[in-house]
Design a binder for this molecule. Structure first.
Ligand SMILES: NC(=O)c1ccc[n+]([C@@H]2O[C@H](COP(=O)([O-])OP(=O)(O)OC[C@H]3O[C@@H](n4cnc5c(N)ncnc54)[C@H](O)[C@@H]3O)[C@@H](O)[C@H]2O)c1
Length: 272
């Protein structure tokens, strides 16, 4: 897709502008803070208009205000990805203001750390409702518009937990494994409509989701710093490049893939 919104032809030689997102409208879920917030700002800096939804009251609005203050176009709304009606209503408002959504960043997620047998039924359902069903609801909401345009980019935020079992995160791991499978299956189903579906798999990233845990467990922080081959815990901005690539025309021949952005964690052990 060029800046004018036209799709690139297969015979056209690669142009660096394919990495840009000028003229596109993107929707970021859970963009009020953490990884989603960094991605929302990255999208705006790459030329996209950005719709942001978040459950945490006012945080999406505040993120959008920051983007507008630096010259970008953005709208932030309170909405819960667990509720398809709230997502449809927010999408309608965002599209009325910013134009048809061509890029969905399915990022909103929660983590609950407890052994499986200690978890309440409500906590199990909340994890599945947010991390897996939330992404499914949002992909369904943007689906008809993308199909009508014959173009779309969906980037789901999975995790290294999809392929790496972790104690006290059994249900979280299951939801992220589900996101990986959802990504592949939706990719093949939507390919004929011109829609690509990929995922990023963050490793250990210092966001509010993880901050309290790392603060309470300095030993785990030290161990993470030692075991990550690139020698540090990630920051939200580390996730932006891979996400924007998957959202861009530069990734036009990629679908159904997960890119791990983890400092080398899933590649192997650095201590051996
Ligand atoms: N931080 C990490 O180390 C890490 C690692 C792997 C994957 N991830 C994934 O990255 C994504 C973002 O995580 P983060 O670390 O930035 O977390 P975070 O808690 O800092 O941010 C998540 C945002 O999502 C919002 N949110 C939560 N439930 C929502 C809902 N039902 N509807 C709308 N918004 C909702 C929160 O209000 C928050 O603003 C999640 O999917 C998470 O599973 C994070």
């Amino acid at each position: 897709m060029t800046a004018s919104g036209m799709r690139t032809g297969v015979d056209e030689p690669f142009d660096p502008s394919w990495f840009r997102l000028d003229g596109r409208t993107a929707l970021v879920t859970g963009g009020g803070r953490g990884i989603g917030n960094a991605i929302a700002h990255g999208l705006a800096r790459s030329g996209a208009r950005v719709g942001i939804v978040d459950l945490n009251q006012g945080s999406a609005g505040a993120a959008a205000e920051t983007i507008r203050a630096s010259g970008g176009a953005a709208l932030g709304l309170d909405a819960d990805v667990r509720d398809p009606a709230q997502i449809s209503a927010a999408l309608k408002e965002i599209q009325a203001d910013l134009g048809p959504v061509q890029v969905l960043i399915n990022n909103a997620g929660i983590a609950i750390r407890k052994p499986l047998l200690d978890m309440a039924e409500r906590e199990i359902r909340d994890l599945i409702d947010t991390n897996l069903l939330g992404m499914i609801h949002c992909a369904r909401a943007v689906g008809p518009g993308m199909a009508q345009a014959g173009y779309g980019r969906i980037v789901n935020v999975a995790s290294i937990s999809a392929i790496h079992g972790m104690v006290t995160r059994v249900v979280y791991c299951a939801t992220k494994g589900g996101v990986d499978a959802f990504t592949r299956a939706l990719a093949v189903e939507r390919a004929p409509a011109g829609i690509t579906v990929n995922a990023i798999g963050p490793g250990i990233i210092a966001t509010p989701l993880l901050a309290a845990y790392l603060e309470q467990h300095p030993d785990k922080r030290r161990r993470a710093e030692t075991e990550v081959p690139l020698g540090r815990i990630g920051v939200p901005d580390d996730l932006v490049g891979a996400t924007l690539f998957l959202a861009s025309e530069a990734a036009r021949y990629m679908t159904g893939q997960t890119i791990y952005v983890d400092g080398g964690l899933v590649a192997g052990d650095s201590w051996w």
